[in-house]
Design a protein around this ligand. Structure first.
Ligand SMILES: C[S@@+](CC[C@H](N)C(=O)[O-])C[C@H]1O[C@@H](n2cnc3c(N)ncnc32)[C@H](O)[C@@H]1O
Length: 264
C-alpha cells in the first residue's frame, strides 16, 4: 500500500467538501473521492462525506486546532508533500469551498512549486449555503445589492476597516462566534442601526442546524447564545426569513379563499 510513486504521475485534488450535508457535495468531488488513494481532511469534514471515499484509502486528519496558524499550516504542507510523493491520487479535502478562508491557494502553489499536477474542485461555501438554506437571501432587489464575506477571528478583526465594512448591504462573517460582541459594537459605532437584524446559522445544512436571530444591539450586549461553527449574517435581508417561513404556500391560501368565498 505504501509504495513510492514517481511524483510526476501523482495528482493532487484540492476538493471542497461543501457545507456539511453530503448531498451538497459536487458530483466531481464524489467521483474523485471514490478513487482516492489518500484523503487529507480538515475538522469540518463530516463522517458521512468521508464514507463516500474509497474505503481502501488512507485517511489523514489535519484539522487545525487553536494556536499558531502559520506553524500548523507548515505541518500541513509537510504532510501534503509527503503523501503527494507516495500516492497517485491524493485528495486534499476542505470544508465548504477550498478557496474561501481555507488557504487553498497557498497549498495549490506549494504543490505546483514542487512539480505536482493539481486540480481544484470547488465546493459550496457555508457563507452562501448557510444563509440560503435558512431563508436569508444575501442579495434582495431593493434591499441589498451587495454582500461581503469576512473572517471574524481576532487577527482579522484587528485588520478590518470597519468604516468600509459598515457600508456593505449584507455582511457575512465566518469564524465570528467568539468575537460577536466586538463585531456588533464596531458596526454600531460606524452607524449600523441598533435594531438591524442578525442571524447565526449553526452547523448549516446538517441535522443539528440551529438558527439564532436577534438584533445588532442584542448581539453587542452578549444576549445571543451561539455555538461554533456558525455563519453570521448582518443586514436587512435577515427580515426576509420570517416572511419566507411564515407565508403559507399559495395553494393553501387559495383553499382558504375558496372556503371563505373570498377573491384570491
Ligand atoms: C476556516 S473557515 C472555512 C470556510 C469554508 N472554506 C467554507 O467555504 O465554508 C471555518 C468557518 O466556516 C464556517 N462554517 C463552515 N461550515 C459551517 C457549517 N456547516 N455551519 C456553519 N458554519 C460553518 C464557520 O464560521 C467556521 O468557523
Amino acid at each position: 500500500l505504501y509504495e513510492y510513486q514517481d511524483s510526476t504521475t501523482s495528482k493532487v485534488y484540492l476538493v471542497g467538501a461543501g457545507p456539511g450535508d453530503p448531498e451538497l457535495l459536487t458530483l466531481r468531488a464524489a467521483k474523485i473521492l471514490a478513487m482516492a488513494d489518500v484523503v487529507i481532511y480538515d475538522r469540518l469534514v463530516s463522517a458521512e462525506i468521508l464514507a463516500l471515499a474509497n474505503a481502501e484509502a488512507r485517511f489523514v486528519y489535519v484539522g487545525k486546532q487553536q494556536g499558531d496558524q502559520d506553524r500548523i499550516q507548515e505541518e500541513i504542507s509537510k504532510h501534503l508533500l509527503h503523501f503527494a510523493a507516495r500516492y497517485k491520487t491524493v485528495v486534499r479535502l476542505k470544508g465548504g469551498d477550498p478557496m474561501v478562508f481555507a488557504r487553498g491557494a497557498e497549498e495549490w502553489l506549494l504543490l505546483r512549486e514542487n512539480g505536482y499536477d493539481v486540480e481544484v474542485i470547488p465546493g459550496i461555501s457555508s457563507a452562501v449555503a448557510g444563509p440560503t438554506q435558512a431563508g436569508i437571501p444575501l442579495t434582495l432587489r431593493g434591499v441589498a445589492a451587495s454582500f461581503t464575506v469576512v473572517a471574524g477571528h481576532r487577527q482579522s478583526i484587528m485588520e478590518t476597516n470597519w468604516a468600509d465594512l459598515a457600508k456593505v448591504d449584507t455582511i457575512v462573517v465566518l469564524m465570528g462566534v467568539e468575537n460577536r460582541e466586538l463585531i456588533a459594537e464596531s458596526l454600531i459605532q460606524q452607524g449600523r442601526p441598533l435594531d438591524q437584524p442578525v442571524a447565526f446559522i449553526e452547523r448549516a445544512t446538517t441535522e443539528r442546524r440551529r438558527v439564532v436571530t436577534g438584533t445588532l444591539e442584542e448581539m453587542a450586549k452578549g444576549r445571543l447564545q451561539v455555538e461554533s461553527p456558525a455563519v453570521l449574517v448582518i443586514g436587512e435581508v435577515v427580515r426576509m426569513r420570517q416572511q419566507l417561513l411564515d407565508a403559507p404556500p399559495a395553494r393553501i391560501r387559495e383553499e382558504i379563499a375558496v372556503r371563505q368565498d373570498l377573491k384570491v
